[in-house]
Design a protein around this ligand. Structure first.
Ligand SMILES: [Zn+2]
Ligand SMILES: [Zn+2]
Length: 480
């Protein structure tokens, strides 16, 4: 169907949408500390006539913007957290922080939140214009980076009323998310020992840093005995001080454990806990295991994803202007040819015939203005997303759009450099139209919605089991 009449609202309200994006970029706040960013998006929602509620699901910086009544209920997921250490001047093609060591929008979540807001605005326009029954909810989801905010929200049943949810992520291609993702747990292992003079009386000390070292060595040996898809990363978040002449009385290490299924993560977690216990026994220290957060693996919904592909193809994707090309050409000097060639290779491998040839012919280009044909990838991506937890609650689908230069590395200053620029903004509005169009197609086709729900029921027959235990609260990163 033609919903241009409603998706036109996105262009009409572009200033509200993109001002919110710029404000979130300027605020650049990390997980669960996104107070100014929440304010910017809530202000835009109120301007557009949504009913706003903050602190949903007992998460301070989570919120909803709601319009309409009754069924069907569509949710659009928005994010707005930044990444520490990635501060960068927008529009500058060389690394140049606004504030050295500061926070920057290195995953483009300023655009993500704004794009989903745009989609919600178009669906609201439709509900107002037609007077039909239906509800649109914009979900303000904090702490995606290292926080799994949506998993905390899902644990508190925030998404239960949705018939389906849609979202997007800024990226380097116009494509539908065609793969599952890794589930993960993030856990802090704390060791307490005994301080002592490291030369005068080391026999009286019990070294907590020794325990961290032994635990890490143990985990290196575990790598051989888990499936190859498992990822085990760590950061030593407390070394016990910087004096080598002290036996360190406290030390801690933060682990991030990933696997294609949550059951495998649980198994790896139990084995890493045993290793930590072993390290404590070896060193005579006391171990405390502190579960920080977890998220599930993504459940693809083919019915919704197929529709998203059609909607991607229905609207015109942005092309570079000469000015934008000049900026990206300069920015491209900061990456390697190997990085540039990597962007479409994975997508091409899944295709065959003319489609594969078409995609391969674009490998190595500065910017990908093509729409990648949809082919599902049987292998999960190594990374994780808390959109997955929503995908266990209701049918959920996601697109990416070519927001950035093709060779843009994920989580980089190059992402931040493009975050307020015109191409990224047009790409955000394009994403908003595609999401809104998908939602309107589904809302006007009860059979499609039923098919999406039946597929979801088949994939998640037992419903959602949140990986985060009851009682664990979201914590701001840097304040673990
Ligand atoms: Zn990210
Ligand atoms: Zn992200």
């Amino acid at each position: 169907m033609d919903f241009k009449k409603y998706t036109d609202a996105i262009d009409r309200e572009a200033e509200v949408i993109l001002t919110a994006s710029d404000k979130v970029w300027d605020a650049a706040e990390t997980a669960f500390g996104e107070y100014k960013s929440m304010e910017a998006l809530c202000e835009a929602l109120k301007t557009e006539g949504f009913e706003v509620e903050t602190g949903v699901g007992d998460v301070e910086t989570a919120f909803t913007g709601r319009f309409g009544h009754g069924k069907p209920v569509v949710g659009f997921l928005g994010e707005y957290d930044g990444l520490s250490g990635l501060s960068q001047v927008s529009g500058c093609p060389v690394n140049n922080p606004v504030s050295p060591g500061g926070v920057g929008h290195g995953c483009g979540h300023n655009l993500l939140g704004a794009g989903s807001l745009g989609a919600a605005i178009a669906v609201k326009e439709y509900l107002e214009d037609t007077g039909k029954e239906g509800t649109v909810i914009f979900y303000g989801c904090p702490g995606e980076e290292g926080g799994s905010g949506k998993a905390f929200m899902a644990r508190e049943h925030v998404f239960d009323e949705c018939d389906f949810c849609l979202t997007w992520h800024p990226g380097t291609t116009n494509s539908v998310l065609n793969t599952s993702s890794n589930a993960n747990f993030q856990v802090l292992y704390k060791f307490d020992g005994l301080a002592a003079h490291a030369a005068g009386a080391p026999h009286l000390g019990r070294g907590a840093l020794d325990a961290v070292t032994l635990m890490n060595v143990g985990v290196q040996f575990l790598r051989e005995h888990v499936i190859p898809e498992v990822r085990m990363h760590y950061a030593v978040t407390d070394t016990g001080g910087y004096s080598p002449n002290v036996v360190q009385p406290h030390a801690e290490v933060l682990y991030l454990l990933r696997a294609p299924e949550i059951s495998i993560v649980r198994d790896v977690y139990a084995r890493v806990n045993d290793i930590a216990q072993g390290a404590a026994l070896m060193t005579g220290t006391k171990l405390t295991i502190d579960f920080v957060k977890g998220c599930s693996n993504f459940i693809i919904n083919h019915v919704l994803s197929d529709q998203m592909q059609k909607s991607l193809e229905k609207y015109e994707q942005p092309k570079m202007t000469e000015e934008e090309k000049a900026f990206l050409t300069e920015l491209d000097k900061s990456v390697t040819p190997a990085q540039r060639a990597d962007s479409l290779k994975g997508a091409a491998k899944l295709l065959s015939g003319e489609e594969r040839e078409m995609v391969e012919s674009h490998v190595g280009e500065l910017y990908h203005d093509i729409i990648v044909p949809l082919a599902y990838n049987p292998n999960p991506m190594a990374g994780s997303t808390d959109v997955s937890d929503v995908s266990w609650v209701c049918p959920t689908a996601q697109i990416g759009t070519a927001t950035w230069m093709a060779a843009t590395p994920g989580h980089s200053w190059q992402v931040v450099a493009q975050g307020k620029e015109s191409l990224a903004k047009r790409s955000t509005l394009y994403a908003a139209k595609v999401m809104a169009d998908t939602a309107l197609e589904v809302m006007n086709d009860p059979e499609m919605l039923e098919a999406a729900k039946a597929e979801h029921k088949k994939n998640c027959p037992d419903g959602y089991d949140c990986p985060i235990p009851a009682g664990v609260k979201p914590r701001a990163i840097g304040k673990l």
